[in-house]
Design a protein around this ligand. Structure first.
Ligand code: HSE
Length: 372
């Protein structure tokens, strides 16, 4: 029986992964073993079958008995444990939601609806490390992978509107705390229908700028504001999140020569859906109907939204998409700059296609392969 070890299944991405695996009845055909960095010996999660007590996620003897390890524990754990495990001679499959091994030559970034060929070639050539991509990149590729596949993109910019969940569970809580704080401070004025809006506005601003406003995690207001900076600075002037757009997209697709991609990544007050506005220079002038056809047919989750107000408001927002695997693409039009300039907008659940779903799917691909 194939043995699969799961680490980090209690965290945000890990628990979404468990939810999705249960919903898809994935817990069959292998023996799941759960491990933890802090709760060994306790009872594991309810996955509908008998499982042993939780193991120690640092125990190399235990880890080396696994055929597959799936970790959502984060980069720190990977950096600490992975080299020791490989150095001990372990030859199993390492599936990782964190970024630690993403850019290594020995790994493949997984997004099988988009790069299944790359994955299959990697499996055949003996690659053993399969890593989930950056959420913004994965969601962009789920949306417009078809345009890359048809080699229509000369260059692209992506202006992002990224949700709190991308920064972590604590940030999601802090966003809600910021919203509450603003709502609480303005409640009295809002209760008076004739209060001047300038007073409401000043009250909101004073709350956001006060020392008591909760900004421990974001370091600035996001509710009622935004933060045009995500992750660490790079020499180029990009943030690391912006750098990943080019580096990871081209690695996922193994494009040669690489497609130039850049943009500005912005944190906004959405809970768990990232949105992105794309400007694309096409390699040739092709009709809008052909473009929407290519986008719509590239995978079963992408959904072209007609460029009208009603459908846009109904389908193309974090509020509409959260908790679903649908990746809507709308506002598709040629820019008045010229016929080869395309503009579009897309939204996707950062915890599903942006994190847990590609990991769940590569796990199943590998289990099927091991079962022969
Ligand atoms: N780095 C992303 C963000 C999330 O901060 O939104 C993970 O890919």
């Amino acid at each position: 029986m194939i043995k699969a070890g799961f680490i980090g299944w209690r965290g945000m991405v890990g628990s979404i992964l468990m939810e999705r695996m249960l919903a898809e009845k994935d817990f069959k055909g292998f023996e799941p073993v759960f491990a933890s960095t802090s709760q060994m010996g306790q009872k594991g999660p309810d996955v509908g079958i008998d499982i042993p007590p939780v193991k120690d996620a640092h125990d190399l003897d235990f880890l080396s008995q696994m055929d597959i390890i799936v970790t959502c524990q984060g980069s720190g754990y990977t950096k600490e444990v992975y080299p020791k495990l490989r150095n001990s001679g372990w030859k199993g499959y390492w599936i990782d939601a964190s970024s630690a091994l993403r850019m290594e030559d020995s790994s493949i970034i997984v997004l099988d609806p988009v790069n299944r060929k790359v994955i299959d070639q990697g499996l055949s050539s003996g690659i053993k490390d399969f890593i989930g991509g950056n959420c913004t990149v994965s969601l962009m590729l789920m949306a417009i992978g078809g345009l890359f596949e048809h080699q229509l993109i000369e260059w692209m910019t992506s202006m992002t509107y990224q949700a709190a969940s991308g920064a972590g569970a604590k940030n999601m809580r802090e966003l809600v705390a910021q919203m509450s704080s603003i709502g609480d401070s303005a409640r009295e004025l809002m209760g008076d229908p004739v209060s001047a809006i300038t007073l409401v506005d000043r009250c909101v601003l004073e709350t956001m700028q006060s020392d008591d406003f909760p900004t421990e995690n974001f370091l600035a207001p996001v509710a009622g504001s935004l933060i045009p900076w995500i992750d660490s600075p790079m020499e180029s002037g990009q943030t690391r999140e912006e750098w990943k757009g080019f580096a990871e997209t081209n690695k996922i697709l193994q494009t040669e020569p690489p497609v130039p991609i850049d943009g500005i990544c912005v944190r906004i007050g959405a809970m768990r859906c990232h949105s992105q506005a794309m400007t694309i220079k096409l390699k040739k002038d092709i009709a809008l109907d052909d473009i929407t056809g290519i986008i719509q047919n590239s995978n079963q989750w992408v959904k072209v939204v007609p460029n009208d107000r009603e459908q846009t408001l109904k389908c193309l927002s974090p509020a509409a998409v959260t908790g679903t695997l649908t990746v809507p693409v709308g506002r598709i039009r040629k820019l008045n700059i010229g016929p080869r300039y395309l503009s579009l907008f897309t939204v996707g659940d950062q915890l599903l296609w942006g994190a847990a779903e590609p990991v769940r799917r590569i796990f199943n691909i590998i289990v099927d392969r091991l079962k022969g």
